[in-house]
Structure formats: C-alpha cells, structure tokens
Design a protein around this ligand. Structure first.
Ligand code: AMP
Length: 134
C-alpha cells in the first residue's frame, strides 16, 4: 500500500488522471464518496502532513485551489470538502500524502463531524498546550 501512489504517478498502475504538473499529480479516487472525488498527491513521496516538505505542501495546495472550481463546475456540485487524513487514527490508509477533494450536494446525507463545546477554562488550557510547543 505504501508504494501504491508512486506506481500510479509512474503509470505502472492505471489511474484516471485529471491534472499533472512538475510537483503534483491529481486523479480520481477509485472508490469515490461522490463522482469527481479527486486525490491530489505530491510526486515526491512523503507520508503525510508530518513529513511533507513545505514546498511540496504548497504545490499540493496550489493544485487543490486550481482544481476546486473546475471539479465543482464539472460535477455541478453545490460545495466541496477538502480533506487530508493523517495517520491511521485519522483514517489514513495510503501512506503517501494526499488531499481529497470531495464534491458535495445539498441533501447528500454525509454527516459533518460531531462537536462538543469546551468546558469552562478548557479552551484556554488546550490553546496554551499548543502555543507552548510553537
Ligand atoms: P486515505 O484514507 O485518506 O488514505 O484515502 C486513500 C484513498 O485512496 C481512498 O479513498 C481510496 O479509495 C483511494 N485509493 C486506493 N487505491 C486507489 C487506486 N488504485 N486508485 C485511486 N484511488 C485509490
């Protein structure tokens, strides 16, 4: 599974490519949440957000930003989700960094993430934990 996207980029495993440039490759997800569900990957392998070089991340974001309106228009979608799964706990299955562009439709039934409000003082403690590491 680790080399799957490298083989797709190299063309040894087929894909439905929608765009390619010097640093990124974009192709249809084989098991789409909705038609037009696209994956954008850096050509140079990194595992996920934790090791991707900033230049590759910026290249992926540029491609996502470029493709988003065209995917929305082509699929006549009402909206898009742009998602990156990181690590198995974050539902990452393919260990080659990738960003999902998922067309969304009014009433498509996909549920948003659940949330819960912070308890008294919790948000400050959580933010401080993050800030203290920066
Ligand atoms: P993730 O859970 O973020 O690692 O997502 C991996 C995605 O890769 C899934 O949505 C799969 O459907 C998709 N995928 C797996 N194999 C292929 C393939 N050969 N071609 C296109 N997409 C694939």
């Amino acid at each position: 599974m680790d080399e799957l996207f490298e083989k797709i980029i190299a063309g040894t495993i087929p894909s439905e490519k929608v765009h390619e440039d010097e640093h990124t490759y974009a192709f249809l997800d084989i098991n789409p949440t909705a038609p037009g569900h696209t994956l954008v990957v850096p050509k140079q392998k990194s595992t996920n957000i934790f090791d991707i070089p900033e230049s590759d991340w910026l290249a992926v974001m540029k491609t996502v930003r470029m493709l988003a309106p065209y995917i929305k228009e082509a699929m006549r979608a009402d909206g898009l989700n742009i998602v990156m799964n990181n690590e198995p706990a974050g539902h990452q299955v393919v260990m080659h960094a990738h960003v999902h562009i998922i067309p969304r439709f009014e009433g498509d039934g996909l549920k948003p993430w659940r949330g819960r409000p912070y308890e008294e003082g919790e948000a400050q403690r959580v933010a401080e934990k993050i800030r203290s590491l920066l």
